[in-house]
Design a protein around this ligand. Structure first.
Ligand SMILES: [Zn+2]
Length: 330
C-alpha cells in the first residue's frame, strides 16, 4: 500500500504524520502523527536524523507487511527556496543556513519530496481540507508568537519572488512603531502577535500600575510573566486595561487585513494560531473594525473565519504537498 509522509519542523516542536495515500486523498486525514520537542541543540545535524528515524518508526509500525512510501511533504518556517528545496535561514533554530532539507529527506527515504514555508502550507491545508475548501481565492494568516501567512489565488498557492509572497506579518500598521527584526518598523507582527500583545501589556502595566492589577494577577504578580493568554483572561474578567489592549490588537489586525482585502479581495480569510483561537468575540471585533478600513471592496462577501484545522494546518498542507511529490509513483 502506498503511503505519504508529512513533516512540520517548527521552532520548538517537530511533527511527522503518515497516511495511506488513497485515504488522505479522499478524506484529508492522517493515520498517525508523532509530535516531539525539537531535539537539542536544534541544529540540522540533530533534527534531520531524528525526523528520518521517526519516519522509519512510523513505516515500521504499519500492519502492512510491505509498506511503500510514495512522497514526502515538508513544512518549515523562515526564508526558503521552494523550487530548490533549500532552507535559506530558519531563525528560530541554530545553524539552519542553506540547508538542502528536501534532498536530505528524499535521499534518506528514497522517495521524492517537496518543501515549502509552514505558513504557505497552512494555507494549502486549510484550502484543501479546512476553512477554505472549495474557494478560488483565500488568504491564511497565523497569529501566534509571530505572524505568517499564505495566499491561494485561483486555487493555487502564490509564491512570488524568492518564495516570499504572503509575508502578511510585515505589513506596516503603525508608522514609527517598534523596530522589527525584518528591518521595517511597526510591522503587524510587532503589534498584534502573541509576543507583541505581551510586550504592550508589560508597557501598559508599567505605565498604569493601578489599572493593570488584573493583568498582573494573571501573571502571578510578575510583569515578566505576562503572556497574551493572561491578558485575554484578564479582559474576560472585565479588566479595563486588558480590554483596551485587545481592542487595539483588533484594530491593528483590522488594518493589516484591510490592506490584504484591498489587494486580493479573497472570498475567505482564515485566521489560525493561538491569538485567533481566543474567542468569537475577538473575531467579531476584528470584523467590525475592518468595516472602518475597507470602502470599495464588498466586505460582506468576504468571510473572516477561524482555522478549521488548528495547529495541524501546516502538517495537513505538507501532506497535500506529499501527494504532489509522489504523483508519478501512484
Ligand atoms: Zn517586520
Amino acid at each position: 500500500m502506498q503511503h505519504i509522509l508529512a513533516v512540520d519542523i517548527g521552532g520548538t516542536k517537530i511533527a511527522v504524520g503518515i497516511a495511506e495515500r488513497s485515504v488522505f486523498a479522499e478524506r484529508g486525514t492522517l493515520a498517525r502523527i508523532v509530535t516531539e520537542r525539537v531535539p537539542a541543540p536544534g541544529t540540522p545535524a540533530a533534527v534531520v536524523p531524528r525526523v528520518i528515524a521517526i519516519a522509519r518508526e512510523l513505516l515500521g509500525e504499519l500492519s502492512d507487511p510491505d509498506p511503500l512510501l510514495s512522497g514526502i511533504g515538508i513544512a518549515i518556517g523562515g526564508p526558503l527556496d521552494h523550487r530548490e528545496g533549500v532552507v535559506i535561514n530558519f531563525p528560530h533554530l541554530p545553524e539552519w543556513r542553506n540547508v538542502p532539507l528536501r534532498d536530505m529527506l528524499s535521499d534518506a527515504l528514497g522517495v521524492p519530496a517537496l518543501l515549502d514555508n509552514d505558513a504557505n502550507l497552512g494555507a494549502l491545508g486549510e484550502h484543501a481540507w479546512g476553512a477554505g475548501r472549495g474557494v478560488d481565492d483565500m488568504v491564511y494568516m497565523t497569529i501566534s508568537t509571530g505572524i505568517g501567512g499564505g495566499v491561494i489565488v485561483g486555487g493555487r498557492l502564490l509564491h512570488g519572488v524568492g518564495s516570499a509572497a504572503g509575508e502578511v506579518g510585515h505589513i506596516t500598521v503603525q508608522t514609527g512603531g517598534p523596530r522589527c527584526p525584518c528591518g521595517n518598523a511597526g510591522c503587524l507582527e510587532m503589534m498584534a502577535s502573541g509576543t507583541a500583545i505581551a510586550r504592550r501589556a508589560r508597557q501598559a502595566v508599567a505605565e498604569f500600575p493601578d489599572a493593570g492589577a488584573g493583568i498582573l494577577e494573571q501573571a502571578g504578580g510578575d510583569p515578566l510573566s505576562i503572556r497574551a493568554e493572561g491578558v485575554w483572561a484578564a479582559a474576560l474578567e472585565g479588566d479595563a486595561l486588558a480590554i483596551g489592549l485587545w481592542e487595539e490588537t483588533a484594530e491593528y489586525l483590522a488594518i493589516g487585513l484591510a490592506a490584504i482585502v484591498h489587494v486580493l479581495a479573497p472570498q475567505v480569510m482564515v485566521l489560525g494560531g493561538g491569538v485567533a483561537q481566543t474567542d468569537e468575540r475577538f473575531l467579531d471585533a476584528v470584523r467590525s473594525r475592518m468595516r472602518d478600513h475597507v470602502g470599495y471592496v464588498p466586505l460582506e462577501r468576504i468571510s473572516v473565519v477561524r482555522s478549521a484545522l488548528g495547529s495541524n494546518s501546516p502538517l495537513i498542507g505538507a501532506a497535500v504537498l506529499a501527494l504532489e511529490a509522489g504523483r508519478d509513483r501512484q
